[in-house]
Every structure is written in C-alpha cells, then in structure tokens.
Write a protein that binds this ligand. Structure first.
Ligand SMILES: [Zn+2]
Length: 182
C-alpha cells in the first residue's frame, strides 16, 4: 500500500494489514532499520516470515520475539491494528477523543477503549513507548498539523515525515543514546 491514511476509515483499514503494522512498528522502534534483540541487544536477528516473529541468533530464553516485546503493547491481548489505529486517532483528533468515540470506531468495548486511551496518553506524557527503562523515547511530530501532544522542548525540532503515516503524524522513536533525526 502506498497511499497514506488520511481519514479514520482509511487508517483503520490500513492497519488491518498485519504487514503494514509490522513495518510501521519496525520503523518506530528501530529507525535505522536494524532490529535488535530486546533480551541481549544483539543485532544478529532473523525473521520468521510466517509467524511475523524475530529470532535472535544467540541462544537464550525468549529467543523469539514480536515487535510488541518491550513496548507498552506487550502485555495486552489487544491487537496491534487496534493500538495503532487508536494512536492514529489520538494523534490526529483536534478536539480530544473520548473513549466512547474510540470504542465505536474500533469496535471494542468502552472499557477496552478507555484502557487504550489511558495507556497511549501515559506513553505520550512520559515520552516513551518503552515499558521498561527509558532507553527509547517517543517523539511525535505532526507534519502540517497541530503538535498537541508534543513536549514544548521538542516542538522546535523538525523531523521529516517517514513511513506509511509520515505526512499525517510521525511518532518517531528515537534512541536516546543514538543519533537524532534533526
Ligand atoms: Zn538475543
């Protein structure tokens, strides 16, 4: 798919494609394109195409891992398409979205929607999608839009849009110890 989602319907449809979700997550978590093992940090990682799992080449527990491992999405049975659609909605909504609106749009219960909203907003507040220590930070940049959730000190940092939703909202995960995009 080459067209970027511009409306909610398009975004939800877009994220029903598991490869689209996978590719976006890879881009968010590993902006330089090098997937590293969340357990040992090795970059010697293979990909099991059929299961959409990565496999570290070093022998240790949790050798296989999904893109959710190590993020706020990890402990939740909620599928990645719902998480990413919810993030898209929060990033693009001008007036602040309610859990009722989110529930209707995603076809989940209001309780689930509330959980999604709460966790995503918390992640935005703490500036990290990482559930453990703050080794990665989330940096939202809205290209041609409002930077509602962006921390003031980051608003000046211009980041070029990348990836499937680049023009609308870029939620860039920047490695705190690595090179920045700006
Ligand atoms: Zn490993």
């Amino acid at each position: 798919m080459t067209k970027e989602p511009e409306t909610l319907i398009e975004a939800i449809r877009y994220f029903t494609d598991p490869d689209a979700c996978l590719n976006l997550m890879i881009e968010l978590r590993w902006p330089d394109g090098v997937v590293t093992c969340p357990t040992c940090g090795s970059a010697e990682v293979g990909f099991l195409k059929n299961r959409r799992l990565f496999q570290c080449k070093t022998k240790h527990p949790k050798q296989q891992f999904s893109v959710k491992v190590g993020t706020i999405f990890e402990d939740s049975p909620i599928s990645l398409d719902k998480w990413l659609s919810a993030m898209w909605m929060i990033a693009n909504d001008k007036n602040g979205i309610s859990s009722y609106e989110l529930a209707r749009a995603l076809g989940v219960t209001q309780k689930t929607a509330w959980f999604l909203l709460h966790r995503i907003r918390l992640a935005m507040q703490q500036g990290s999608l990482d559930k453990l220590d703050g080794t990665v930070e989330v940096d939202e940049t809205f290209i041609g839009g409002k930077a509602r959730f962006m921390h003031r000190d980051r608003q000046s940092r211009a980041v070029n849009g990348r990836g499937p939703i680049g023009k609308t909202a870029v939620i860039g995960l920047l490695d705190r110890h690595g090179p920045r995009w700006s």
